[in-house]
Design a protein around this ligand. Structure first.
Ligand SMILES: C[S@@+](CC[C@H](N)C(=O)[O-])C[C@H]1O[C@@H](n2cnc3c(N)ncnc32)[C@H](O)[C@@H]1O
Length: 227
């Protein structure tokens, strides 16, 4: 349970720093899924997508170990504790409050913030794949406020009377039609519905304070230059 801040990349005067949460999930393989740690030592075995991802996103496997969630014969890695993922979750960092619903457990990346974020009352996570639950749930950051539900977020019957202060859609979304379906399904239960990858036109951008591990506001509405 920690974070990582990289400085002095020499990219620009404005953005010379970036950060991410790091998870501590041991390597394992269950059914169709694996948790794999990627470092330079095993580079020849990296998923081909991860090789491209690291280059295109200027990630830093020489500085930190990457924990990834991989599915057999799937064209992308499903999740990683990368700087890019931290950016792609910017909406959540600024909107996580009160009772929160998250779709998709992944590697428990968002748990790293939700467990320490001020004002979080409860976190309910919906995960479809039992393999992922078996590999991750025992090891990810959580406390008594966190609940896991094994269900498909697309078809889950939302209990009557439910409402959340924030809903974060973080499971695998297949395209615009799916986005509309999910919006129609979950919008009635919150005033605060966010989707993974929603990182443009935000009120604020966040980075992690290297000493405290708490989020601090970066310049409003500014993307990192490398994105
Ligand atoms: C990108 S990861 C989620 C990242 C995660 N929130 C984290 O903090 O690491 C996507 C997850 O969604 C799960 N998933 C895929 N389709 C789903 C569905 N229909 N309902 C619920 N979970 C689903 C996958 O098994 C995977 O664990």
């Amino acid at each position: 349970m920690s974070w990582f801040v990289e400085e002095n990349m020499g990219w620009s005067q404005t953005y010379d720093k970036r950060s991410t949460w790091t998870v501590e999930i041991p390597e394992s393989q269950v059914g169709e899924h694996s948790i794999i740690h990627y470092t330079p030592a095993n580079e020849s075995d990296w998923h081909p997508y991860f090789e491209r991802y690291v280059r295109a996103r200027k990630e830093s496997p020489h500085l930190k170990k990457y924990t990834t969630l991989v599915r057999n014969n799937h064209w992308i890695t499903i999740m990683q504790d990368s700087f890019t993922e931290f950016e792609e979750h910017q909406w959540l960092w600024g909107h996580a409050t009160g009772d929160i619903l998250v779709t998709g457990l992944g590697i428990g990346f968002v748990n790293e913030w939700l467990i320490k974020a001020p004002g979080v009352k409860s976190v309910t996570i919906i995960e479809k794949n039992q393999d992922v639950i078996d590999m991750v749930w025992d090891h990810c950051a959580k406390d008594e406020r966190f609940t896991l539900i094994h269900a498909d977020a697309d078809t889950w019957e939302i209990p009557e009377g439910s409402s959340w202060d924030c809903i974060w859609i973080d499971h695998e979304i297949s395209g615009p039609t799916h986005i509309t379906e999910i919006t129609d399904k979950y919008q009635p239960y919150t005033n605060n519905l966010g989707f993974y990858g929603q990182f443009k036109n935000l009120d604020n951008y966040y980075e992690i304070d290297a000493d405290s591990g708490m989020l601090e506001i970066r310049d409003p509405n500014q993307k990192l230059e490398w994105m």
